[in-house]
Design a protein around this ligand. Structure first.
Ligand code: SF4
Length: 362
């Protein structure tokens, strides 16, 4: 197998095989991958522009049955001192400050709550849209959708249809971690499995819902499992009906493990900027049918994110007015509006503010 031959295929936007993808993971130098990925990025997005967004990550509850080893955020239903569910007054205040800072979206994430079924989420979405009709809801994720369907004794399709009718605008690709049941059985055994994650996304795409895809790497997975994760996303995107967005973007980040059970039980490798840049470039090269690749400045910092803009990424994500989950496991970077614009300019690109559908806002 020759690297040059694989690069030619990638630059022609042809599908790489599993063996070719794994070969790139193992053998390709990061500077060559950056060069190829950047050329592919400009095929999708020919202008030297990088998008960013203003949203707020709101965690509606921290009660969760799943108990993932990497999660410091959740608590069990019987932990009365720690458990919370946000009140209408708290939402009102969060939306007010979001709007004051020019934001337009809530990224609503929580846990697999034992009692919250479809009625809870329908009521919540309708209440939020009533509080602020212009608000966009990027809410839940495949594990929560599968859980709500189970609690409510509904199909995934009917669950999604009812949530869309109540105000769900887009579905984040949360809870993918690594789409391998070997890995999931160890790090998140009670969470819906890889096939359920894929089944929810497939149904969302059939219903025309815009989604994103994610990967959390750098823990107990193999390079083969990382490559298979990317190929599963590419193959799922191929199955979406023509004319619907499917996955608009892919976002990956290194697992944050500070103080988690995962850190205590396993020897987690140290993450390096070079690993992240390589992951971004490989994502751009392998995911030949997903239009945008996002650099996760929140977990890797501004300096590494800037390099990613030269390795295939064309989006910097949101300034995230509030974030609680990865921050509770060690991610400590912050950005304001001025800072994210300057970061993009410093990397040699023009910033442009987008909405959740990757359309320009200013
Ligand atoms: S990561 Fe999500 S599903 Fe897992 S324990 Fe935390 S809140 Fe629950």
């Amino acid at each position: 197998m020759e690297l040059r031959h694989i690069y030619s295929k990638a630059l022609a936007l042809e599908d790489l095989t599993r063996e070719e993808a794994v070969f790139l993971f193992r053998e390709a130098p990061v500077y060559e991958l950056m060069h190829v990925a950047s050329a592919i990025r400009f095929k999708y997005n020919p202008e030297r522009k990088v998008s960013w967004q203003i949203d707020r990550n709101v965690n509606y509850t921290n009660v969760c049955l799943s108990g993932c080893l990497f999660c410091n955020f959740h608590c069990r239903p019987d932990e009365k001192e720690k458990a919370y569910t946000l009140t209408p007054e708290e939402y009102r205040e969060k939306i007010r400050t979001l709007m004051e800072r020019g934001g337009d979206q809530l990224l609503l994430q929580g846990g697999l709550h034992p009692r919250y079924g479809i009625d809870f989420y329908e009521d919540l979405f309708r209440m939020l849209k009533k509080m602020e009709p212009s608000l966009k809801l990027n809410a839940l994720g495949p594990p929560e959708i599968a859980h709500i369907a189970r609690v409510s004794k509904l199909t995934v399709r009917d669950t999604l249809k009812r949530l869309i009718a109540a105000g769900l605008d887009t579905l984040p690709g949360a809870g993918a971690e690594i789409l391998s049941d070997r890995v999931r059985k160890i790090i998140s055994p009670a969470k819906p499995d890889a096939s359920q994650w894929i089944a929810v996304m497939k149904e969302a795409h059939l219903l025309g819902l815009s989604t994103t895809a994610t990967m959390v790497y750098g823990h107990i997975e193999t390079l083969e499992e990382r490559a298979e994760h990317l190929l599963a996303l590419r193959d799922l995107q191929k199955q979406k009906p023509a004319g619907v967005p499917g996955f608009r973007a892919f976002i990956c980040w290194p697992m944050q493990v500070k103080g988690t059970l995962l850190e205590k039980r396993f020897d987690i490798p140290r993450h390096t900027p070079a690993d992240y840049v390589k992951m971004i470039a490989l994502s751009r090269i392998i995911l030949n049918n997903i239009p945008h690749i996002q650099a996760s400045w929140l977990t890797v910092g501004a300096d590494t994110a800037k390099i990613c803009l030269h390795a295939g990424a064309d989006d910097m994500g949101s300034i995230m007015i509030e974030e609680n989950v990865v921050s509770s496991a060690g991610a400590g970077y912050t950005f304001d509006e001025k800072g994210i614009r300057q970061c993009i300019l410093d990397a040699g690109f023009s910033p442009w503010l987008r909405d959740q559908q990757y359309q320009k806002r200013d």
